[in-house]
Design a protein around this ligand. Sequence first.
Ligand code: CUA
Length: 360
Amino acid sequence: MLAGIFITLASLWYGQNNGLMPIAASAEAELVDGLFNAMMTISVGLFLLVQGALVIAAFRFRRRAGDDTDGQHIEGNVPLEILWTALPAVIVLGISVYSFDIYTQMGGLDTMGHDMASHKAKSVEVAYAPSENAMPLLVGSDASEDGEMAESGDNARLLAKAGLGVSPTALEQGAPLEVDVMAVQYAFVFTYKDTGVISGELRVPVDQSVKLNIQAQDVLHAFWLPEFRIKQDAIPGEPTELAFTASRVGTYPVVCAELCGPYHGAMKTQIVVQSQDDFEGWVQSQVALMMDAGETVAVQPEPTASDTGYLAALSQPLGLKVAPEALKQLHSETENHSALHTMHSMAAESNVSTSETKAF
Ligand code: CUA
């Protein structure tokens, strides 16, 4: 009984004081850490129980000097076997119910209000758009050409967009701040949906829900916020989403967590969580810089003092500003060559490596 009390207390203590997780900077992080700590408590209890029994048995039942007899023949023990089958079953079921509950609270089942028609329209819109004025990626093709297939075949894909949507509780507090995330080799480019501000780092206000629309320009990437306990693949041709509410002012890393090429390890930026006032000030300053830079950027794509101006210049070649007609040409077999030629010469003019155009 003493051992039982010791094991229980030790696992409860370690479960709460393991210090294995980085700072928790989002509302979601608390939920995930709660699950992690619960699993850690159970694991420590089981570890101490099994290892303790093993160590005790190894000493107590060891072979004594001069004892060459066979061990006692023991065959089965039904009550014991029922116990060690039932107990893990209960534990695993409990953890799965708990984790599913957390997944739901975090918006993992965000299919509410997505009927077929509205979702289809939405998916077409997203497919065409890093932002409103930027340009169609190849993604748009199956919406325009295979509309019928999308209607009948791909139900599952249309119904549930991959990723974590905005949680029901966060939705009650108003519309989230929406940011488009474009992952390219080897950077994340953030475009704020309502202001059009483009940034190389993600800035968000504290205690407000944020929704990220994630796309990949070239290859698979993964958008990971360790301090927020969330991660989502960025998949070419398959928009995904991620939602969170930052709960702690500060600067935290944003990491690409999918091997995406030789410089994958350098594909990092940061998320800056600010007070609502500081955040609005930053947005205003970026909008002002964008207005200043707006006209010169087009003519003279040199790095300017403003992040937005610089990145806008960068995102144009990345976004491959091609008219929709040019894309159609790309698909039709007759005009294939001329369209490809146009794109390659465009890419050559800008200083973007040709790997960016390989998606085409
Ligand atoms: Cu992008 Cu690794």
